[in-house]
Each structure stands twice: as structure tokens, then as C-alpha cells.
Ligand binder design. Structure first.
Ligand code: URA
Length: 436
């Protein structure tokens, strides 16, 4: 087989065979296929697309390029979720414990922040002592003992995707639906769960800005999961507005705890309950109403919060921070952003707000940056809120005082004030593959 011929075939709109795709993925992972030829193929895929069968094969080959986690030693259904990334998205911290409290096992690998979006691993590492790397036996043992473990992604999970993603990042080929779908799903397949609920975000803070492309991405990922024998469905959820009011690692853990106590922001609570219900439904616990009722009960009776506490304790974290999130150290400096005039918050550029939180230190601008776990943006007004001139729109806080002014300027530019409020999109925009 020649890489030249494979590139030319895809350039001309042809369909790659399973053997060709397997050859390319293997060759690129081992280094036999050079970056420049792989980059040309990725651009051809970006421009020409892939047939569903090609995407399924690419996903399977990337999943098989490294370790496939074997969860067979864990009894019962293992459920996973995946968010395509958002701002203030602490849903895993809430819905994973709720699902575990309902008896469905959570053996989950999560990611770190990426670009303007936060990551579950960074948030959980804000809890002193928390270990996000567990050996295989400890991981499985913990899930069998308490029903839940959330850890960082193991080093050898879908290494082909890691290499391909790095190349896509510098060749303007990230935004290809089959490449995104196969990238995400290769890691989900390798992670070994039985069912997965995808939370595909759409809106100004999402990877997919418009609903049509978010829905198409969801469809492609659901098709890949189902073809591989993993029960898969997706909710398409609103990321026009940050979720909840807190953005920043320890502040988001505190908000997740508040939500598990039944006193969280309404939008975050609703999305978490819907995600939990979707996961329970996929795991075979009944229809949407029955599953939503179970998720709500786990929130109201405190068993979800208890699961989060148990997980933190099992992974070496100081559970006193879950009992009293007020223990998280406050940042040394803060600044209020005020409304320049009266009106309504008409729209928020949520990606820009996420970037402002990164500037504060809540995320990384470069790979080697360390995170300021205490840094946060707290929203006092969101889309639809009425404000008077001088009202506080947000509080920004960080340990490095020099970061406040540039972040505040970015934040102020991201919030548009208008004279008339317009109705917001629903939180759950659509769903794919759920027989509710
Ligand atoms: N997240 C991934 O893991 N892969 C992509 O291609 C895009 C987002």
C-alpha cells in the first residue's frame, strides 16, 4: 500500500477501504507514515468528508491503537458520559454521583481543560490530596466497593488519536465532523463502558456553535457507538450561556456540592438531572420519567452528595472540603465588573468568558502553565437579566492581581446589553438516540 495513493483517493472523493484506514492509522502511530503525508490526508478528509463506514473504521482503529480498558471485573452496567466542552460545565461532578447513587456503576476517565473549556480532572484536583491517577486494580476495586471512580485518562488510551489530534491542531483540520466524532468516540470505546451519554454543547461557548452541526456531530457519534456495540445516545444542550454561576476550579466544586445539596442554580440542576436520567435510561432503569424521578430522589435524599464525598475520600481527597466548601482558600485579589448602562443582558460570548477565566489562571494558556485553582468568575447577571447602570455583572478573582484587569476587559466585551430581553433557547435543545 502507498500513502500517496490513499491521499489521492480521498482527494478525489473516493471511499477508503477498512484495510487502507487500518494501514494509515498503524503507520502513523508507529512513525512509518510521516506528518506531511498524514497532514495531506487529514486535509483531504476535511474537504471531502467520510462515509459512515469509514468513520466507524477510523474510530475502531484509533481505539485499538493503545490499551482497551477491561472493566469486566466490575459487576453490573458501567455508564459513561462525555461533554464536548463548555464553560462552567461541572455536570460530571453532579450527575456521575447521582447515577452511582442510583446503583449504576461509574468507572470514568475524564479530561483536563482544553482551550476556553474547563476539565473535570482540573476541577477535582482543586480538592487537596485528590488523586486522579489510580492503578488498574485500585480503580476497579474502588468502583466495586463504592460504585464510582473518576480518574484522568490513562497515558496509552488511543495514542493514534493523540498524535492525529496534535497534527490537526496545527493544520486547520480540527473542525471536521468525522474527525471530531472519531476522535471523541475512539477514547470512549477504549475506556470500556457499556453505555455512554454524550452531552453535545451548542452555542457561543461550544465547539459546535450552531444547532445543525451539533446535531450532526451527535448523530455521527451515536452511530459510531452503536456500530461498536456500546449503547450510545446524545443530548444537545445549550452553551450560549455559561452553566451555573461559577467558572473556575474550586468555585465549580463548591457549586457542584451546592447543587447536590439541592440548592444549586436552576439551569445547572436541570441539565445535571436530565443527563443523569439519560444515563440511567441507557443503563436500563426505565423510561425518562422513572429515571428522572430516581435522579431527583438521589439529589433530594443526599445520596448523590454522599457518593461524591465517598469518591473524594477513596481517592485521597480531603472530604472536609465537600462538607464545607467554604474551606477552599479565597483568591487574594478580586474585581467587580459593572454594567455601563441600564438594560437587559442580551447575549453572552461564552467562549470569550471562558478565555477570560483562562487569563485569570483558571485554565492553561500554554501546556506547561500551572493552574490557580482559586481563580474564578462569578456571574451576577446572565442572558435575560435586567440590570441598572452600575449593577455588578460579575466578580473576577485571582491570586495574581495583574491578571484581573485584562480578564475584566475581556469579560466586559463578552456581555452585550440591550433594551429588550429576548427569550433564551431551552437548556435541552434536542436529543439523539434516546427512546424516552
Ligand atoms: N475533543 C476531542 O477529543 N477531539 C476532537 O477532535 C475535538 C474535541
Amino acid at each position: 500500500m502507498q500513502m500517496y495513493d490513499i491521499i489521492a483517493k480521498k482527494r478525489d472523493g473516493g471511499r477508503l477501504t477498512d484495510a487502507e484506514i487500518a494501514w494509515v492509522v498503524r503507520g502513523f502511530t508507529t512513525g512509518d507514515v510521516p506528518d506531511y503525508q498524514m497532514a495531506a490526508l487529514l486535509m483531504a478528509i476535511y474537504l471531502r468528508g467520510m462515509q459512515p463506514e469509514e468513520t466507524v473504521c477510523l474510530t475502531r482503529c484509533m481505539a485499538d491503537s493503545g490499551d482497551r480498558v477491561d472493566l469486566s471485573a466490575i459487576a453490573g452496567v458501567k455508564a459513561d458520559k462525555h461533554s464536548t466542552g463548555g464553560v462552567g460545565d461541572k455536570t460530571t461532578l453532579v450527575c456521575a454521583p447521582l447515577v452511582a447513587a442510583c446503583g449504576v456503576k461509574i468507572a470514568k476517565m475524564s479530561g483536563r481543560g482544553l482551550g476556553h473549556t474547563g476539565g473535570t480532572v482540573d476541577k477535582l484536583e482543586a480538592i487537596p490530596g485528590m488523586r486522579m491517577e489510580l492503578g488498574r486494580q485500585a480503580f476497579i476495586g474502588q468502583v466495586n466497593a463504592i460504585g464510582i471512580a473518576v480518574v484522568g485518562q490513562s497515558g496509552n488510551l488511543a495514542p493514534a488519536d493523540k498524535k492525529i489530534y496534535a497534527l490537526r491542531d496545527v493544520t486547520a483540520t480540527v473542525g471536521s465532523l468525522p474527525l471530531i466524532a472519531s476522535s471523541i468516540m475512539s477514547k470512549k470505546l477504549a475506556a470500556g463502558c457499556d453505555v455512554v451519554l454524550l452531552d453535545v454543547k451548542t452555542g457561543t461557548g461550544a465547539l459546535m456553535k450552531d444547532e445543525a452541526s451539533a446535531t450532526e456531530l451527535a448523530r455521527q457519534m451515536v452511530a459510531i457507538g452503536e456500530a461498536a456495540g456500546m449503547r450510545t445516545a446524545a443530548l444537545i444542550t445549550n452553551m450560549d450561556i455559561p452553566l451555573g454561576v461559577a467558572i473556575g476550579n474550586s468555585a465549580e466544586v463548591a457549586e457542584a456540592v451546592q447543587t447536590l445539596r439541592g440548592a444549586g442554580p436552576a439551569d445547572l440542576t436541570e441539565v445535571c438531572l436530565e443527563l443523569a436520567a439519560g444515563m440511567l435510561h441507557l443503563a436500563g432503569l426505565g423510561n425518562r420519567e422513572a429515571c428522572l424521578a430516581r435522579a431527583k430522589a438521589a439529589l433530594q435524599d443526599g445520596s448523590g452528595l454522599q457518593k461524591l464525598r465517598q469518591m473524594v475520600e477513596a481517592q485521597g481527597g480531603d472530604a472536609a472540603y465537600i462538607d464545607d466548601p467554604g474551606r477552599f482558600p479565597a483568591p487574594a485579589h478580586s474585581l467587580l465588573v459593572r454594567a455601563p448602562r441600564a438594560g437587559f443582558v442580551g447575549a453572552m460570548d461564552t467562549e470569550q468568558i471562558g478565555r477570560a477565566s483562562v487569563v485569570l489562571g483558571a485554565g492553561r494558556q500554554r501546556k506547561e502553565d500551572t493552574i490557580d485553582y482559586a481563580a474564578y468568575i462569578k456571574l451576577y447577571a446572565k442572558t435575560g437579566s435586567r440590570v441598572a447602570a452600575g449593577d455588578v455583572l460579575a466578580e473576577l478573582a485571582a491570586n495574581d492581581e495583574t491578571k484581573l484587569a485584562p480578564a475584566a476587559e475581556m469579560f466586559a466585551q463578552a456581555v452585550q446589553l440591550v433594551d429588550t430581553a429576548s427569550p433564551a433557547r431551552p437548556l435541552i435543545v434536542a436529543q439523539v438516540g434516546l427512546n424516552l
